[in-house]
Write a protein that binds this ligand. Structure first.
Ligand code: FAD
Length: 488
């Protein structure tokens, strides 16, 4: 057996060969030998072990997680470097955590004890934008907003738009299968990914899909990787589907005296077969928090607000919003208002995107992410209100109601020693309510570490067994983001 300055390096099973081997507990000697070997093999690779650098990649945006510091953080610049890192990590049995911008809300990118965190800011370029095929090839580190802007300059459109789009990466969006504001019309990230380049757990490089919009050869490995939160492989390149840029949006705001009326309006809009490009809701608490944060002109006396946007061409946009307007008024809206120019529409959308920042500054806050059939939205909202009342806890509810996807958010004073316990009680009650209503414990943020205990209740034992078999086959050593997604 070959050695590389210290502990023995171990054989690396090929993907799909043999039985899974349990990952040994972290060992400082093995970790040091791994880093030394990495330094020798990839002398140009930035590897940081300073506590300040490690602290920066310890957490993501999820409250109440307590991850350890990682062994080190490295920033590869090429797929070749990623493959070499993975080969060495496999040989030294060192876990790897791929990390985008750390804006995740389920703990997918949080550090792992004895693990190497990989960041992709040195792999953040657009390889090509192909106007004939209407696709682009990008590296994982590029920010969603930067990519959107680059394709917009060519008259093209990349739809996935998480509210965090200015600060999250395409790699992270693929890792979580991110949703966003316009998913109601254009679908989530998965709908925009045509192919991936992925470094697998033995250091081999797999390609799934390419610049073609139809392809049914074999299993759909692209969709398997999208949303796998770095547990099956490391994405080093993505081929993304673009669309022609839609016309500027028209925006309608509708204010309601109760959440139930807003819920009824959503059902009416859906039943009228209108598919706006955005259908978002904010409750009274969120409206007030957002207004305190940024003064967007929302009615702070309302119990709920819907934001509806149409990007339909020509007069169709105004026609769509007329139907929406009628649906809102028939459901009891106190008033509706339509943005008169694109700058005003942008400001209103910015107001909705600020919801989490507005709430987060009010205390220890946790944003949740549950989804129910759209017809059961009102029941979910009522359940959240009941849970908040039972806990005597303030909180705001907002989200992508057009998809049945809500973000109930809980707030506890910073000096409350029981904050974590109370938030945990509330969030578990919300998950249970979502499942009871035929929904899921996550619509777009992922299972990460935060909801692993709920995976089986959500998907069933058989499905989790199948997921485990896939994980064992693709990552027999368990080095790919261990402790995420699957229950122990
Ligand atoms: C204010 C705010 C608003 C948000 N709004 C939305 C929203 O509307 N919709 C939504 O879906 N989410 C939203 N989020 C959550 C978050 O922004 C998304 O989950 C986003 O996709 C995370 O991207 P990131 O670059 O920060 O990835 P990270 O958080 O760093 O990582 C996310 C996951 O992807 C994996 N990953 C990262 N890079 C790679 C790679 N190269 N290969 C394989 N796996 C990788 C990580 O291991 C991790 O599991 C919001 C977050 C905030 C703070």
């Amino acid at each position: 057996m070959a050695t590389e300055g210290g502990p023995s390096i171990l054989p690396v099973p090929e993907i799909g060969a043999g039985r899974p081997v349990p990952l040994p507990p972290p060992d400082p000697l093995r970790g040091a030998a791994f880093l030394a070997a990495l330094g020798r093999r990839l002398p140009g690779l930035p590897i940081r072990t300073d506590p300040v650098d490690l602290e920066a990649v310890r957490r993501d945006e999820t409250a109440n997680l307590h991850p350890p510091l990682p062994l080190a953080v490295a920033a590869p610049a090429t797929v070749g470097e990623v493959a070499e890192i993975v080969r060495l990590a496999a040989a030294y049995r060192v876990p790897l955590v791929p990390r985008g911008e750390g804006t995740g809300l389920s703990g997918g990118a949080v550090a792992v004890a004895g693990g190497l965190t990989l960041t992709f800011r040195r792999m953040a370029s657009i390889r090509s934008i192909d106007e004939a095929d209407v696709v682009a090839i990008v590296q994982p580190g590029i920010l969603n907003a930067a990519f959107k802007l680059a394709v917009a300059e060519r008259g093209l459109f990349y739809p996935p738009d998480p509210a965090s789009y200015e600060i999250c990466s395409i790699g992270g969006n693929i890792g979580t299968n991110a949703g966003g504001l316009c998913c109601v019309k254009y679908g989530v990230t998965r709908e925009a990914v045509l192919g991936l380049e992925v470094v697998l757990a033995d250091g081999s490089v797999m390609r799934t899909g390419r610049s073609i919009v139809k392809d049914v050869a074999g299993y759909d490995l692209t969709r398997l990787i999208v949303g796998s939160q770095g547990t099956l492989g490391i994405v080093t390149e993505a081929t993304l589907r673009l669309r022609p840029a839609p016309p500027p949006k028209l925006t309608l705001l509708a204010f309601f005296g109760s959440l139930a009326e807003a819920g009824a309006a959503v059902s009416r809009i859906t039943a009228a077969h209108v598919v706006p490009c955005t259908l978002e809701m904010m409750d009274a608490f969120t409206i007030r928090a957002v207004e305190d944060y940024g003064h967007f002109g929302f009615d702070t006396t309302a119990a709920a607000m819907l934001m509806v946007e149409s990007d339909a061409p020509g007069p169709a946009a105004a026609d769509e919003l007329r139907v929406v307007d009628r649906a809102c008024l028939e459901s009891g809206a106190t008033f509706t208002v339509t943005a008169t120019d694109p700058a005003e529409a942008d400001l209103l959308r910015q107001g909705r995107r600020s919801a989490w920042w507005a709430i987060e500054r009010l205390g220890v806050a946790r944003m949740e992410d549950v989804v129910v059939p759209r017809s059961r939205m009102a029941e979910l909202v009522a359940a959240v209100e009941r849970i908040l009342a039972e806990e005597g806890m303030p909180g705001g509810t907002f989200g992508h109601v057009g998809d049945g996807n809500l973000h109930p958010s809980f707030i506890v004073p910073r000096d409350d020693p029981t904050a974590e316990e109370r938030i945990d009680r509330a969030r578990h009650a919300v998950y249970a309510a979502a499942l009871e209503l035929g929904g899921s414990v996550t619509g777009e943020h992922g299972i990460g570490v935060a909801k692993r205990d709920w995976l089986e209740r959500t998907r069933g034992a058989g499905a989790v067994r199948a997921m485990r078999a896939i994980k064992d086959a693709l990552d027999p050593l368990g080095i790919m983001n261990p402790g995420k997604v699957l229950p122990d």
